[in-house]
Design a protein around this ligand. Structure first.
Ligand code: C2E
Ligand code: CA
Ligand code: CA
Length: 515
């Protein structure tokens, strides 16, 4: 896949992510909100049910306890009168009765003779304390009732028949009977009252326990009920989601750009043709003619402007991409400079090499291939720093340098004096030129301890039969000092910065001796 394709694919992924992410997020969020709303509504229903249950059972308990105090222990007129009063006092209760000898003796309606035996033991429970809530059952009137029992004394109890509908009554008009289910049951799971849907897809539940009574209230609803609420709000949420898409898209794009490492950016720059070569003139000290130019790479970034090699060459050296970069540089220089070198036969061209090139025995052949046609290899100087030699395998580096020199190229030791063991390299490798680092030129005329070192370096280069170039000459005073020392070449902003080809041509027209 080409880099452009990969970029397009990355862009597409970001667009899809930005387009999908906010609506999906909104969908999830609105679902959560709908679910929470639903639970809250059901909690509300449960609270209403619990209050009603409390009210009904408390009222039942109060009525029964009062009845128990006033009633006779058999079915006297007074007893029947009390049973009647109890029923009239509240709308919740259908009937009241007196139980003993495991039989119903009389009710608010009539006295039974003989009494009616009660078969269901649940309807005979006489609690030591408070009321017993017995399971609903069809009672004498042919209707389902919940029976509340209260102990009068051993073996004697009063009871009240409660219509279960009273328990759910306050919610009957409020809940959606199709989807919501209300249940009141005893703690042992016996159903007391229910209302609404009986479907099995209930997903949301709320429950509560009326304090003091062994019952619980359970409210549940189907997924469909919740979804209806959700669907109502969804359109608004979708709108917000889409509005968020744009900023998210921009954010993701930004992140992607950051993520794109310098590594990838350099590759892209090479492919997109954003790299340039600038040429810095090198002057002879006598007469200050231009004798050579050093090719220096530049990156013309579409947004960030001109980027100097210090920002990208080290990364390229690190990851090996320096090899294609240098190949590109050589081909470009070869094409750009052919005419100029032809017009200025004394001009040499200096190129910087990296350690990786010196570990590559193919390098001389590559250089031969590139530079063979337009101009002879004899016009080339290859600049190497000590660091490069240190990093490469010494034997290969030495062989490569020999081959280059056999082809007529020269080799310069760059940034001389900045490495660990400059002198050792001078003994080990054969250099044609010594480039004295800018740091030593800067020190000229200062109090710095390195101020005098440039003198020694020039003297040494002469002893070893090399020519010296002073780098980074910025002032007339520095130039004057170097002239006194008898150095051969100077390079620096005092003369010129590295120039693009067209400006170099103008510069050469003024400072070199064309053919
Ligand atoms: P270098 O080989 O030592 O190149 C000289 C550097 O000093 C250049 O910086 C040049 O612009 C700068 N310079 C020259 N005269 C002056 C001056 O008077 N004052 C100051 N302050 N600076 C001056 P540049 O172009 O930024 O290059 C930096 C380094 O990047 C180079 O140092 C070289 O090591 C590396 N480089 C540049 N182009 C290439 C390339 O094509 N291949 C390789 N392998 N390295 C390169
Ligand atoms: Ca250099
Ligand atoms: Ca240098």
């Amino acid at each position: 896949m080409t880099r452009r394709r990969r970029r397009l694919l990355g862009f597409a992924i970001i667009a899809v992510l930005a387009g999908l992410l906010p609506p999906v997020l909104m969908l999830t969020l609105s679902h959560r909100i709908a679910e929470r709303n639903a639970v809250e509504t059901l909690d509300g229903y449960a609270a209403v049910l619990q209050n009603r249950a409390l009210e009904v059972f408390r009222s039942g308990e109060a009525t029964l306890s009062e009845m128990a105090q006033r009633i006779d222990r058999n079915c006297t007129d007074n007893s029947v009168q009390e049973l009647r009063k109890a029923v009239y006092r509240s709308l919740y209760f259908r009937e009241a009765g007196l139980v003993y000898g495991q039989a119903l003796q009389c009710t608010s309606e009539q006295v039974f003779d003989p009494p009616i035996p009660i078969a269901n033991p649940d309807h005979l429970v006489m609690p030591a304390d408070g009321i017993h809530i017995a399971a609903p059952q069809i009672t004498l009137e042919g209707e389902v009732s919940i029976v509340l029992l209260y102990r009068v004394t051993d073996g004697i109890a009063v009871n009240l028949l409660l219509n279960p509908q009273h328990l759910t009554e306050p919610l009957l008009g409020a809940v959606n009977a199709e989807h919501v289910r209300l249940v009141i049951e005893r703690s042992d799971g016996i159903l007391l009252a229910q209302f609404g849907a009986t479907g099995t897809d209930d997903v949301i539940r709320a429950s509560s326990q009326p304090p003091g009574y062994p019952v619980r209230v359970i409210v549940s609803a189907s997924r469909a009920w919740m979804m209806r609420d959700w669907a109502r709000n969804l359109r608004g949420f979708f709108g917000i989601g889409l509005l968020l898409s744009l900023p998210i898209f921009l954010l993701l794009k930004r992140v992607e750009r950051r993520e794109q490492t310098m590594d990838v950016q350099i590759r892209d720059a090479l492919e997109a043709g954003e790299l340039r070569v600038h040429y810095q003139p090198i002057h002879s000290i006598d007469g200050l003619r231009v004798v050579g130019v050093e090719a220096l790479m530049r990156w013309q970034h579409p947004r960030r402007g001109l980027i100097l090699p210090g920002a990208f060459i080290p990364v390229a050296e690190e990851n090996g991409f320096i090899l294609p970069l240098t190949h590109w540089l050589m081909r470009t220089v070869c094409t750009e400079m052919a005419a100029l070198l032809d017009r200025h036969p004394d001009l040499y061209l200096a190129l910087n090499l990296s350690p990786r090139h010196f570990a590559d025995p193919e390098l001389p052949q590559l250089i031969r291939n590139i530079f063979a046609a337009p101009f002879a290899a004899g016009r080339l100087v290859f600049e190497v720093t000590e660091r490069e030699l240190m990093d490469s395998r010494t034997q290969t580096a030495s062989d490569v340098m020999d081959l280059l020199r056999r082809d007529g190229s020269r080799v310069a030791l760059d940034d001389f004096g900045t490495g660990y063991s400059s002198l050792q390299y001078l003994a080990q490798f054969k250099f044609d030129l010594l480039k004295i680092d800018k740091a030593f030129v800067d020190a000229i005329g200062t109090e710095s301890v390195t101020a005098g070192l440039v003198d020694d370096m020039v003297a040494m280069s002469k002893r070893l039969g090399m020519k010296a170039v002073a780098e980074g000459v910025e002032t007339a005073a520095q130039l004057h000092y170097l002239q006194q020392l008898g150095i051969e070449y100077v390079q620096g902003w005092y003369f010129s910065e590295a120039l693009p080809l067209d400006q170099l041509e103008t510069y050469l027209a003024r400072h070199a001796n064309p053919r």
